[in-house]
Design a protein around this ligand. Structure first.
Ligand SMILES: NC(=O)c1ccc[n+]([C@@H]2O[C@H](COP(=O)([O-])OP(=O)(O)OC[C@H]3O[C@@H](n4cnc5c(N)ncnc54)[C@H](O)[C@@H]3O)[C@@H](O)[C@H]2O)c1
Length: 318
């Protein structure tokens, strides 16, 4: 496989780059503008002859058409990392989510590249409470610009696949956690408690409950599904079959940082921020029937990721 990974210096993209490079028949190109990506996630691959780094932006269509030449499989992980920023910059996800996806598909079409993996999310389903959404759930009514950009990107991918004989694997992930995450609730709590170990500001009422899946499980799900599904459009939810609350995550972080008597201050309300979805449940029947199931539960995934992040931090301080 000659893989082209957009956002390949980010959390999930760099992790899949490592996994693909473990197989000697694979070559990997990473394209990233480093808006949230980090060189430290990929620098160990820079001397590998099968690895290539391209600094660039998906918004630059002429350069993208050139950069993508010669590849046969695209993994699209680039996206706006700051979901709540759309409150003040309303066109952000339109540009960094939908337009970038269009540019990528158009570059693929021109160069005859047919296969794409896309990282979508639970945001496409909107706020549907405890309903366990199957992939066929509708109407899909996102509550954030980010969710809308994921749904819009899925729609454009579907159109390109139908009109230009392309093939796609679209994954609607739960919250993904792991060593290299640069945002998310666990990451945020560690940062806040390093600043003030006596008090933790928690967005919402702490009862928001969602599935958290470890990045290693996510990569397994992607590779397994690509290998075993050959439809024109392959859409899958990827999550654990349980959930954990924000307050439970706070307790894990406090305990793992060996802190005592931390005062929790809740901002209140069901949602962490406008556009947030406080309760997320997936139906996993489709991917379970195919033969994939997460190895770790939400609690185990969160615990592992907190330990990984703390270990990484202590190494970088040492
Ligand atoms: N992490 C999660 O919990 C989660 C859940 C569901 C879906 N997703 C999706 O998975 C993908 C990867 O997420 P992540 O957590 O690894 O995020 P991330 O922010 O770590 O990685 C995104 C990468 O894309 C790059 N990038 C952004 N805009 C770009 C552009 N215009 N051109 C080139 N590079 C650009 C960033 O520099 C970064 O390296 C994203 O599409 C995200 O929306 C993530």
């Amino acid at each position: 496989m000659k893989a082209f990974i957009t956002g390949g210096a980010g959390f999930i993209g760099s992790t899949i780059a490592d996994r693909l490079l473990q197989l000697t028949e694979n070559e990997v190109t990473v394209l990233d503008n480093f808006c949230s990506g980090q060189m430290s996630f990929i620098e160990h691959n820079l001397n590998n002859k099968r690895f290539k780094l391209m600094k660039g932006d998906l918004l630059d269509l002429p350069s993208l058409k050139e950069a993508i030449k010669g590849h046969d499989f695209v993994f699209h992980f680039a996206a706006n990392p700051d979901i709540s920023k759309a409150m003040t910059e309303t066109d952000l996800d339109l540009r960094l989510g939908i337009l970038t996806t269009y540019n990528l598909l158009e570059s693929m079409r021109i160069n005859g590249i047919q296969k794409i993996v896309y990282s979508s999310g639970s945001g496409v389903y909107g706020d549907i409470g405890l309903t366990q959404a199957p992939e066929t759930f509708g109407p899909t009514l996102p509550t954030s610009m980010y969710g809308a950009s994921k749904l819009g990107s899925e729609a454009i991918i579907s159109a390109f696949c139908n009109m230009f004989d392309m093939q796609s694997w679209i994954f609607r992930f739960a919250n993904v956690v792991g060593a290299r995450q640069t945002h998310g609730v666990g990451f945020d709590f560690i940062r806040k408690l390093k600043g003030n170990p006596k008090k933790l500001d928690i967005l919402g009422d702490g009862k928001q409950s969602k599935s958290y899946v470890h990045v290693n499980d996510v990569i397994d799900a992607i590779l397994f599904t690509v290998k075993n599904c050959n439809e024109m459009l392959n859409i899958f939810n990827v999550a654990t079959d349980d959930s954990i609350t924000v307050k439970e995550i706070a307790d894990i972080v406090v305990s793992e940082m060996n802190l005592k008597n931390v005062k929790y201050e809740f901002s209140g309300g069901r949602k962490g921020w406008k556009g947030d979805i406080p309760v997320v449940r997936f139906s996993l029947t489709k991917i379970h029937n195919l033969g994939w199931r997460s190895k770790l539960s939400s609690k185990e995934a969160v615990l592992k990721s907190i330990r990984e992040m703390l270990k990484k931090e202590s190494k970088s301080v040492a």
